[in-house]
Ligand binder design. Structure first.
Ligand SMILES: [Zn+2]
Length: 437
């Protein structure tokens, strides 16, 4: 079903008119209320009333994550703290967390875009969704929760972690939808298999997977394990949380952006220059309707491309391609740019490996080196009669994987085959890269 046909199937002309009207309002609101924007617009000579077309959007300067950190906690807000009804925060892996906040109106908008997103994944009123995204400061859990309630879905607020309880509830409640990180879906399914249970027997129809980058290869693994349709869910707390964009379950040809609320652009990640439709670059988003925390031309750091053509599902919203990686996540090893997602895509093509990996970047020497940790597939270990790193079969596997990755990436790296189940399993967001410095 299409949750809001008027908004999601509007003609291009109607959509552009609405976007332009809302853009003027959003720029004016930010400029009047937030000193940071007032100064930035003055410096760039931006006059909200002079915005005549969407192309004029290229004039206001960018907002970056560092601005949120510099203005911690309330500096970028357009309303007094008392007007907020909810606050969330990013995990804050680098220093202070990023604080985001919502007025009552913002929460209403979030529920609306989240209900559209759940409908894109295949949800309908009356369904049951097992929500294993983390509840708390992270936006994933409560974002999905509110959207599900809003659309009349029964939501099971399990939150992340506690895999055994997840399994018990999945078996007893038999939900139509499973919402969690893709790595956690994999972990729950594998744990079931170890217990002699078949994840397919739960009968989950669709999976709403996001909050970490993943690949088509990972999608195939999860679908084979669970027998469900896996859809890619995209969002970020600075913009709203989950609900920014989602694939349609029927065609999965890019993620539909709720572009009457979040205006997407693609720019060159280095120069910041706008790129034409279809070109790959960094996604920049402008919040068109947000009250508490306006975001004008926010640099997401995510690499993708934009497609404005209508989708066969009937929706006319712009679509972004699956996120290729974050500009921030890019590793530079001996002058070669590497995205963890590239490595994942290559690794998951090998049946001989378990679908878990970790990248260890060692910066203790003069130049960084990359070591890839992978586990052999369970069937291999059984065939070998147990794991022993000194076995010729293990060394042979390590050589084959190394050769394949070097061929794919044009980069010298070390592959270490580690004993089964020693790579930490994720009950939330997977940690793919470990830095030694
Ligand atoms: Zn579609």
């Amino acid at each position: 079903m299409i949750w809001n046909p008027a908004a999601e199937t509007a003609s291009r002309a109607e959509r552009c008119r609405l976007q332009l009207e809302r853009l003027r309002g959003a720029v004016a609101w930010a400029g009047e209320r937030v000193p940071f924007y007032r100064e930035a617009f003055a410096a760039a000579d931006v006059d909200p009333s002079a915005i005549k077309s969407l192309d004029d959007l290229a004039r206001p300067p960018f907002t970056r994550k560092s601005h949120l950190r510099d203005q911690y906690p309330w500096g970028l807000f357009a309303v007094p703290r008392e007007a907020l009804v909810r606050v969330h925060a990013s995990s804050g892996t680098k220093g202070k967390p990023t604080i985001v906040g919502y007025t009552r109106g913002d929460l209403e908008m979030w529920r609306e875009v989240m209900a559209r997103s759940l409908a894109l994944a295949g949800a309908e009123p009356g369904h049951l969704i097992h929500n294993a995204y983390g509840y708390g400061l992270f936006t994933g859990g409560l974002g999905v929760h509110d959207g599900a309630e809003h659309m009349g879905v029964t939501v099971l607020p399990v939150s992340s972690g506690n895999t055994l309880r997840q399994i018990l509830l999945l078996q007893d409640f038999r939900p139509q939808g499973l919402a969690c990180t893709p790595s956690f879906a994999l972990h729950i399914g594998e744990t079931m298999r170890e217990q002699g249970l078949d994840p397919r027997a739960v009968g989950v129809g669709y999976g709403i997977f996001g909050a970490e980058p993943w690949t088509e290869a990972m999608r195939r693994q999860i679908e084979a394990l669970w027998g469900l349709r896996a859809v890619d869910c995209y969002g970020l707390s600075e913009i709203i949380g989950p609900g920014v964009a989602m694939e349609c379950v029927e065609f999965r040809a890019g993620l539909h952006v709720n572009d009457d609320h979040f205006l997407p652009e693609i720019v060159d990640p280095v120069s910041g220059d706008p790129l034409p439709e279809g070109a790959e670059g960094e996604l920049v988003l402008t919040c068109l309707t947000k009250e508490a925390l306006p975001m004008i031309r926010y640099r997401t750091g995510d690499l993708t491309s934009l497609d404005a053509a209508p989708c066969r599902c009937g929706r006319t919203t712009a679509r972004i391609a699956r996120i290729k990686g974050r500009a921030d996540d890019m590793l530079v090893i001996k002058g070669v740019n590497v995205y963890p997602s590239q490595l994942e895509a290559a690794l998951l093509t090998l049946d001989e490996l378990a679908p878990h990996y970790q990248l260890v970047v060692d910066r203790t020497a003069g130049f960084p080196t990359l070591e890839v940790h992978v586990e052999p597939a369970e069937a291999r270990v059984v065939a070998w009669g147990g794991f022993d790193a000194a076995r010729p079969e293990v060394r042979g596997l390590s050589e084959r994987v190394g050769e394949m990755l070097r061929g794919h990436l044009g980069l010298n790296l070390v592959v270490t085959i580690v004993p089964p189940k020693t790579i930490p399993r994720s009950e939330g967001k997977a940690v793919r890269v470990v830095e030694r410095s």
